[in-house]
Design a protein around this ligand. Structure first.
Ligand code: FES
Length: 226
């Protein structure tokens, strides 16, 4: 059983061989970044409720078989954490490569956060074929939707639900059919979206963009695996 974290007082633990202190409620990510570690994050958005779903920020904790997402995990006293171990670094690179494998070439723009992390960590063109993806949705007058660039980080969902209290965006289906939907899987232009733009601001990959900002189609390396 995982020991409960104490969110009311500072905690001393070991990170990459250094004795460090986490403030009350701080996550491993917050401490690692303060220590200068450039852990990739995609679903993490300061100010939003943590989701811990992209797994880009995984670290190794001694005594635990499974790697832990640093953005949601809090330290416990005496914990020994490795953010730079070969196992943790390989896992993070694999996560980025898998996420990138579904990303169409046209979406890999310099402001795409996934692409930025891939470039920064030297993750090259993915070795894995892309899954077939939904067609673009241009039904909204103010926003364009390209769910083939979506990594399902749920930042848009949290922006819509928690920042704006609109609750237009949700997740539907299961497994590799899981997808962002608007209301009851309506085209965005026919949903109850009020065009506040919070989801566009939150999206790390350009799956949601202002209408007209969509870059021209580039040759696409995707293969139809169906
Ligand atoms: Fe930690 Fe996504 S940033 S799981």
């Amino acid at each position: 059983t995982r020991p409960a974290s104490d969110t009311t007082r500072a905690i001393t633990f070991t990170l990459d061989g250094e004795t460090v202190t986490a403030g009350p409620g701080e996550t491993l990510l917050q401490v690692a970044r303060r220590q200068g570690q450039a852990l990739p994050t995609l679903c993490h958005q300061p100010g939003y409720r943590p989701a811990g779903n992209c797994r880009a920020c995984m670290v190794e904790i001694e005594g635990e078989r499974v790697l832990a997402p640093a953005c949601v995990r809090q330290p416990s006293p005496g914990m020994v954490v490795h953010s730079t171990s070969g196992r943790a670094a390989r896992a993070r690179r694999m996560v980025l490569e898998l996420l990138q494998s579904d990303m169409p070439a046209a979406a890999r723009t310099p402001d795409n956060e996934l692409q930025q992390w891939c470039d920064r960590l030297g993750v090259d063109a993915p070795r894995f074929p892309a899954r077939s993806q939904p067609a673009p949705d241009a039904s909204h007058p103010a926003m364009s939707v390209r769910l083939d660039a979506c990594i399902q980080c749920t930042r848009c969902l949290r922006a819509c639900r928690e920042e704006q209290a609109n609750d237009v965006i949700g997740m539907a289906h299961r497994g590799d059919r899981t997808a962002v939907v608007f209301d009851l899987a309506d085209p965005m232009g026919r949903s109850s979206c009020v065009a506040c733009g919070e989801c566009v601001q939150a999206c790390p990959t350009g799956a949601l963009l202002p209408a007209g900002d969509r870059p021209p189609e580039a040759p696409d390396r995707r293969v139809d695996s169906v």
